[in-house]
Ligand binder design. Structure first.
Ligand code: FES
Length: 248
């Protein structure tokens, strides 16, 4: 948002670490805190709702509940009380991925707390991505890695599910392990990816990368804006005319 637009927006009071500030009502929690002078050194990443780094808690005026959400996506309301945790802690199992067997039993061994789940569904209710967290936890208890990987696909690893779990289950870490096992050890290998890695190893793109690295800012901007782009609403069959290089 431009400074001019911010100036035009109605100002509302919020409380950050207990201190009152006036901020434009259009700002997200993250921007409101920055507007008030706070700097995000930790607990911020993409600012677009996809990296999961900015999970936050807040209270609303006249409401006893503690709410949660993504600081980069949640818009402020008058009288909100804000603070920011640098991250949401949850214990992650240590394992050697290369030698890990692709079996549900391995997940159960690494995360026995999985079986502490009592299906209260608090994890699903808090998820800002509408992931059916309880469903993938239940799938893993049944040993269904494929279902868990599929159901948890939109997880952004923010950790809010774990923050509400009174069984102290780190759901998002468990789902990540399920996706790693499913994608890396069970699903058929993607042949086009293997071919691309082979091409990279053989040095096919070395000259193009050197050319890119030698460009100045203006040349890079020109190459970027003039590159062949996928048209809006293109169907799945669309391909760039030049599939050989990085500088189409
Ligand atoms: S900063 Fe990435 S989700 Fe908010």
């Amino acid at each position: 948002m431009s400074v001019a637009a911010e100036v035009e927006a109605k100002m509302i009071p919020v409380y950050i670490m207990g201190k009152r500030y006036e901020v434009p009502e259009t700002l997200t929690i993250m921007k409101a805190m920055e507007y008030a002078g706070y700097q995000f050194i930790r607990g911020a990443g993409c600012r677009g709702g996809v990296c999961g780094a900015c999970s936050t808690v807040f209270r609303k005026e006249g409401d006893y509940k503690i709410y949660s959400g993504l600081a980069c996506q949640t818009v402020v309301e008058p009288g909100m009380h804000l603070t920011q945790l640098p991250f949401y802690p949850a214990l992650r199992a240590v394992y050697e991925y290369a030698s890990l067997e692709a079996e549900a039993e391995k997940i159960w061994e690494l995360y026995p707390e999985l079986f502490r789940c009592v299906a209260c569904n608090a994890c699903t209710k808090i998820c800002p991505m509408d992931v059916e967290v309880l469903d993938y936890i239940s799938a893993l208890k049944r040993g269904d890695i494929a279902a868990a990987a599929e159901i948890s696909f939109d997880c952004i690893q923010c950790g809010l599910c774990a923050s509400r779990c009174f069984g102290e289950i780190p759901q998002y870490h468990i789902a990540q392990l399920a996706r790693r096992i499913w994608g890396g050890k069970i699903k058929p290998k993607a042949e086009h990816l293997a071919a691309m890695v082979e091409d990279i190893d053989a040095g096919k793109y070395d000259d193009m990368i050197s050319k890119l690295k030698s460009m100045d800012e203006e040349q890079l901007k020109k190459a970027y804006t003039e590159r062949e782009m996928e048209p809006p609403m293109a169907d799945e069959s669309w391909k760039p005319s030049n599939t050989e290089g990085l500088l189409g």
